[in-house]
Unconditional design. Sequence first.
Length: 262
Amino acid sequence: MRNPTAVITGGASGLGEAAAKRLSADGYDIVLLDVDDQGGARVLAEIEATGRNAKYYHCDVGDPATVEQIALAVERDLGNVEVLVTSAGLTPNSEAILEMDMEAHERMWRINYFGTIHSCQSFARLMVPRRRGAIVTLGSIHSRLPMPLPAYNPGKAAIERITQLLAVELGRFDIRVNSVGPTHVMTPPLEAAIATGERDMSKIMEVHALSYIPSTEDVANAIAFLCSEEARAITGVLLPVDSGSLAGISYKTYAGGMPWSE
Ligand SMILES: NC(=O)c1ccc[n+]([C@@H]2O[C@H](COP(=O)([O-])OP(=O)(O)OC[C@H]3O[C@@H](n4cnc5c(N)ncnc54)[C@H](O)[C@@H]3O)[C@@H](O)[C@H]2O)c1
């Protein structure tokens, strides 16, 4: 009996890396897809050092022909793809729409949004004949609220919607499709943005209900839950992993002030 296979796009870093390690510990053989070969080799070695099976493929998720070709290679090399997590993505900084760099805008959509669709198409096609699978897309608190990242933000809203559409389309094959919606999580892009002053940690901390922001492992736990049998009746949802950010943002910035002083 082969282990089931979990494919993680963007698995060479951040949330994809944490999801890969968690799913590996849960018994999946892991396929990492990324363009960061060095990061991919590092995560691969760390998973293999635990005695688990993993494979890395260089794959630009924005290129549908490449994704399709890699999906066929994964089917040939490991088979049994039961899980897909689409974590490949770019994280930009604030920008005004009237001044935005349209090439960067297109690149963002090509990777974050179309990369999600290409990955879902190619790997769901492998799941359909087996009538078994769980897909988790990477949404965000950006899926729900306007924020001044004019390519990233509407792209995340679109990812929530395509997740719902896929959930309905694939539900008849017993394939579930959900999304996680993290708030700020300390991964390399956020670390870099804080270092250059593009994100303000004290502002981030002010708007959450909890005085704690999620770790990469917290997001990986939510992804693992959505992939598990325990979530067998859950499809088409975006599960916020946000320390109460979506609840807290308008409440904590309410013009009437907070009804407590500490
Ligand atoms: N970290 C956060 O605060 C946060 C919050 C909400 C949502 N997210 C989402 O989580 C996902 C992962 O973000 P992260 O913070 O872990 O970032 P990260 O940079 O640590 O990881 C993203 C990975 O995607 C890879 N990648 C980039 N372009 C690619 C391409 N064309 N093809 C394949 N792989 C590619 C990168 O090489 C990198 O390994 C993104 O979709 C991001 O929008 C992150």
